[in-house]
Design a protein around this ligand. Structure first.
Ligand SMILES: Nc1nc2c(c(=O)[nH]1)N=C([C@H](O)[C@H](O)COP(=O)(O)OP(=O)(O)OP(=O)(O)O)CN2
Length: 149
């Protein structure tokens, strides 16, 4: 069994504010997030299969991550609904802005935990989520590894 890792890179522009944080990131601001999604599996070995030689079609992986994360988070702002930021979020939403309410602090770490669950739920049975990397700025990133959990 030859296990192979497949990675696809995604990007989305998202606003967030870290409520209660003791620095500039408590302000509403945005990032050009880069998300690297790595799955692992065995390439299909069947000449009659249209996906022969693939662990997962890059296009299928793209469609999963786009619909679960990229399309949802792109040009939206994320707020922790358990903080007074819920008022700000409500105001923005009422004025037609795209707002995502989450029940965690929207740090890179917590967003990755959320993304890992969303992606795992959509992967075919024979393919596992291996790791995620989320770049918040050109010098800051967080990683999630299945082997660490
Ligand atoms: N562990 C974490 N620390 C911080 C997070 C985070 O998600 N996890 N987030 C922030 C802010 O959102 C901030 O935008 C990013 O911080 P930082 O890398 O310090 O950003 P800078 O642009 O100031 O970094 P440079 O060193 O100038 O590139 C804060 N901390």
């Amino acid at each position: 069994m030859n296990k192979i890792r497949i990675t696809k890179k995604f990007g989305f522009e998202t606003g967030h504010a870290i409520y209660g944080y003791d620095g500039k990131c408590s302000n509403l601001h945005g990032h050009s997030y880069k998300l690297y999604v790595t799955v692992i599996g065995t390439p299909i070995d069947d000449y009659n299969h249209v996906k022969n030689g693939m662990v997962i079609d890059f296009t299928d992986l793209k469609n999963i991550v786009k619909s679960e994360i990229e399309d949802v988070f792109d040009h939206a702002s994320v707020f922790n609904k358990n903080t007074p930021h819920i008022e700000l979020a409500k105001e923005l939403k009422d004025r037609g802005h795209d707002v995502i309410l989450v029940d965690y602090q929207p740090t890179s770490e917590m967003m990755l935990i959320d993304f890992a669950e969303k992606i795992k739920n959509r992967l075919p049975e024979n393919i596992a989520l291996h790791s995620l990397k989320l770049e918040e700025t050109s010098s800051s990133f967080a990683e999630w590894y299945a082997s660490d959990q």
